[in-house]
Ligand binder design. Sequence first.
Ligand SMILES: [Zn+2]
Length: 230
Amino acid sequence: MAHHERRAEYRIHNSSMIHEILPVGPLQCNCSIFGDQATGEAIVIDPGDEIGRIEGILEKHHLRVKAIVVTHAHIDHIGGAQQLKALTGAPVYMNANDQELYDHIDTQAQWLQVAAPQKTGIDVNAREGESVTVGPSESPVEFYVLDTPGHTQGSISLWIPAENKLVAGDTLFRDSIGRTDLPGGNSRQILRSIHDKLLPLDDTVVVIPGHGPNTTIGRERRRNPFLQSL
Ligand SMILES: [Zn+2]
């Protein structure tokens, strides 16, 4: 037990990675801001709304955004991407299979009865094999794209081995999975994505879902009712 505690402490002291999770907008999308203290490089995942608050966190830690990553093109995850890109000049990563959904963001805004956000060009097609690197070149932290379609056709998750974390977008939640009844959704496909891409990860991996509290792969493997038949 004492040995285990010492190991946990060691890991905390050796991590220079800032990670702030900010629920933004009316649907409280979890925006993740990862920042490397040594280089000041940051990656912002799912800047759905409230760009001013995101900017405040970046300024507080003296961070410079290197990449904006969108897990999928639903308005609550992508709504602030244009504004954040204009502010930082950072490239936007999104899976091209969600381009059509993004093209119709005005329709999504109507469903939510909110104003349609300005759209931005997508700079990098975020698909499996692609990664974003943050931190010093001698010990970079890699954010690997995993293709996890099903909630939408272009849904991705980000796997960060150095942090033992998974940013899951709306694919996996604590006790639930993403809805598949919206355009582009496919219930068999989301389960296949979870089975093939997420469940192979270790039980200790911390999952940051697109909404709601964090969880772990192990907890969801044991208790998530949607995963028990997998
Ligand atoms: Zn969504």
